[in-house]
Ligand binder design. Structure first.
Ligand code: 5GP
Ligand code: ZN
Length: 110
């Protein structure tokens, strides 16, 4: 666990958050400030600062983030209507929490 990392504290249950899903490698919870009717974050338990810090040994977890996102989209009933998956990378890319996380947003009425 990285000192002063909000997401490490959420993962370690030092800060409250309702997990939608959890396994040994990642957690999923709702964004506190949603930008869409559905806005969830898929977060590896391993503290990785950003996409820039990924190494080859992280390939499996990155792949799992995406496959769990697909499952979460189905669970949240946005699979059919569609959704966006994205990573913000470093300050210029809009990243404010420096613990890797995949955003899933969707649920707009079209
Ligand atoms: P970033 O801009 O770093 O890609 O996204 C960080 C996201 O985390 C933001 O959308 C923000 O609303 C969300 N967030 C920040 N702090 C908390 C928190 O304590 N709990 C939850 N559930 N989400 C948070
Ligand atoms: Zn962290």
């Amino acid at each position: 666990m990285e000192k002063d990392c909000i997401f490490c504290k959420i993962i370690d249950k030092e800060l409250p958050s309702d997990f939608i899903y959890e396994n040994d490698r990642l957690v999923v919870f709702r964004d506190i400030n949603p930008h869409a009717p559905v806005h969830i974050l898929i977060v590896p338990k391993k503290h990785i600062r950003s996409i820039n810090d990924l190494t080859e040994e992280d390939n499996e977890i990155v792949s799992e983030l995406i496959s769990v996102a697909k499952d979460m989209a189905k669970q949240e009933s946005v699979s059919e209507s569609g959704y966006k998956l994205f990573f913000n990378v470093e300050r210029g890319g809009g990243q404010v929490i420096f613990h890797l996380h995949l955003h899933l947003i969707g649920g707009w009425k079209r």
